[in-house]
Write a protein that binds this ligand. Sequence first.
Ligand SMILES: Cc1ncc(COP(=O)(O)O)c(C=O)c1O
Length: 277
Amino acid sequence: MDVLLQIRDELLDFAGTGVSVMEISHRSQPFMDFAHRTDAAVRRVLAVPTDYHVLLLQGGSYLQFSQIPMNLLHQANTADYIHTGLWSEQAANAAKKYGNVEIVASSYETGFDRIPEINESNINRDAAYLHYTENETAQGLQFSKPPVSPIPLVCDACSSLMSKPIDVSAHDLIYASAQKNMGIAGVTLLLYELIDSSDGFYINNVLPDYRSINNVPFHIAETDLDIYLLKSEKNGFHGLKGHQSTGGLRASIYNAVTLDAVQALGEFMREFKRTHG
Ligand SMILES: Cc1ncc(COP(=O)(O)O)c(C=O)c1O
């Protein structure tokens, strides 16, 4: 709330300029100071080594699905991708417009219930880079550590950056659009336990070792999903609809979601199971 109030105030008067940050010159001192502070904050929070650049770009991660191969694929005609769900697939598909794409590991066969084993000998030494999606937002599947790569490692950290430490130096390029975690703090991992101890009422198929700390997809074994969703919206829980590619439900517990909110959803789900189970 404090952050929202600060944004509201600064929309009318940014750093004593009398106007908003959107209305001042990008060369003005207040904007330059703001840009430097942002750069320093990103470096501090993510412990970014000095030999890395921090770029603030327009567009979302989807744009990077093309910009990365456009910038890097000219060095080699092939890029390697690890296939773990919807977003890594979209990234690989976008890159196909610019060169050859090799899928070097995939958990498609097991329904994206795990991070696949990555055999280093499958990685093409001549490829421009190896791309992976740190957290598969739709599937709720997450890497516990970066893959070991003999070639430049590129990471889509769109739904996980700033939710936990990341070893920047293990990567050559990390990208993430800001809208998910780079906001207000407060996150927890409570829902999985509730799902697992629900005697099959709530189902999540991702193996425990690979579960995302940011996205908890689940579905209800027998209950009519629509009733659940309607009821949850009436009770103040919004945005629980699963990604359109997977269906079901999904609780996204990004940094802006408070512990109280997660606990309230947990209570609601327990009560819902009691009355509908
Ligand atoms: C892992 C991942 N990559 C890429 C994207 C696309 O990001 P954007 O909507 O900012 O283009 C998303 C969006 O949800 C995502 O979760």
